[in-house]
Design a binder for this molecule. Structure first.
Ligand SMILES: Cc1cc2nc3c(=O)[nH]c(=O)nc-3n(C[C@H](O)[C@H](O)[C@H](O)COP(=O)(O)OP(=O)(O)OC[C@H]3O[C@@H](n4cnc5c(N)ncnc54)[C@H](O)[C@@H]3O)c2cc1C
Length: 328
């Protein structure tokens, strides 16, 4: 059984979610006694390919046609490589990128697909996967009976693969003819704010704010600053996105991002099921809420009943003091 993992990257480095997907693929490979390789796609991706080669062999397709992550050319190249290499299991980390691209590749390949896998086993050589649905209210167990088998894998469900200490693996460059890639969408531009903090899906600490935060200045002063002091990412509930206080990319939850950091701090978030769906697997959950009955306290390891406008500035001050003492 041959396993191919589509690497997600920022043009320079692998996203850590892809390393969790690699663990999934290696687990499948260890049971089926088979190989795993990365597929690195993009333009000018030598650095990513070199980093990926620290884990398993790499197939890299570097082409101007892949300079932007447009779903059509990407899925066509993935399908082309999967067919050419007779791939049995094709996977990628669950993400906005993979949600757009892998189902298209699956359709081109005539394959069978499971989305957002959190557990798997091999039954008679076929992947059987647990996939949470309806914000985790139910879990579907799917047996993939077709070929190739395709999966998006929830990063929080698998630990990140570790790089090998020994020599790096081979990087094989594959060429594609841009003319063979059809695209009915054309890249016109990207508006992106300069980010000083990590993405919520990548950070070891996530500090999230909810409706308790009244405006973007308060969000930045309380949530943003606490995230900075803890060296983490800032996230939010959908209430703040809907109110235009925070950008969509910070939203954690069923229709936002799924996170499982070492520490998740929920500030003024009630704990609606749709929010919990995105963060309940965090290792340690701390909640601050003025309502002692707030559902967030049911999943919190540490809860503090209080006003975020009072508690958080004190917390920031104390953490800054300790950080200053620690550095002498
Ligand atoms: C299909 C669907 C998908 C959804 N997807 C998502 C999703 O991905 N992510 C998501 O977050 N939501 C999602 N929602 C919305 C979700 O149902 C909730 O409405 C939302 O999570 C509520 O956000 P909140 O906890 O910030 O606000 P609220 O529920 O209004 O809670 C605010 C909390 O702040 C506390 N509070 C108020 N003032 C203070 C203060 N000064 N100090 C301390 N505490 C205070 C209150 O006690 C309360 O518990 C979805 C809903 C639907 C229907």
């Amino acid at each position: 059984m041959r396993n191919l993992v589509v690497a997600e990257h920022d043009g320079t480095h692998l996203r850590s979610a892809s390393l969790s997907c690699l663990t999934f693929a290696k687990m499948v490979a260890s049971v089926t006694n088979s190989d795993v390789a990365w597929l690195v796609l993009g333009h000018g991706v030598e650095d990513v390919a070199a980093e990926a080669a620290n884990y398993v062999p790499v197939i890299a397709v570097d082409s101007p046609a892949l300079a932007h992550p447009l779903a059509e050319p990407f899925s066509q190249v993935i399908a082309y490589v999967a067919r050419a290499r007779r791939i049995d299991v094709l996977s990628a980390a669950t993400s906005t990128f993979a949600k757009d691209i892998l189902p298209r590749a699956a359709a081109l390949l005539g394959g069978t697909m499971a989305s957002d896998v959190v557990r798997h086993e091999l039954v008679d050589g076929q992947l059987q996967c647990d996939c949470p649905q309806y914000a985790g209210a139910v879990t579907a167990t799917l047996r993939l009976t077709g070929s190739p088998q395709i999966a998006t894998v929830r990063a929080s469900a698998y630990p990140a693969a570790q790089a090998m200490d020994s020599q790096a693996h081979a990087v094989e460059q594959l060429q594609v003819v841009p003319a063979m890639l059809t695209a009915r969408a054309q890249y016109e531009g990207l508006k992106s704010k300069q980010k000083s903090r990590p993405d919520v899906t990548e950070a070891r600490v996530v500090v999230s704010g909810g409706r308790a935060l009244k405006n973007s200045q308060d969000f930045e002063r309380l949530v943003g600053q606490l995230a900075d002091v803890l060296g983490g990412a800032a996230g939010c509930s959908r209430a703040l996105v809907d109110a235009g206080i925070t950008p969509n990319e910070l939203q954690v939850g069923q229709t936002g991002k799924i996170v499982a950091p070492e520490l998740y701090v929920a500030l003024g978030i009630s704990g609606a099921v749709q929010h919990l769906a995105g963060m309940k697997n965090s290792r340690t959950i701390v909640a601050v809420n003025s309502d002692p009955e707030a559902p967030i306290f049911e999943v919190a390891d540490y809860g503090l009943v209080g006003d975020v406008y009072t508690v958080v500035p004190e917390l920031i001050e104390k953490l800054q003091y300790h950080a200053a003492c620690a550095t002498g």
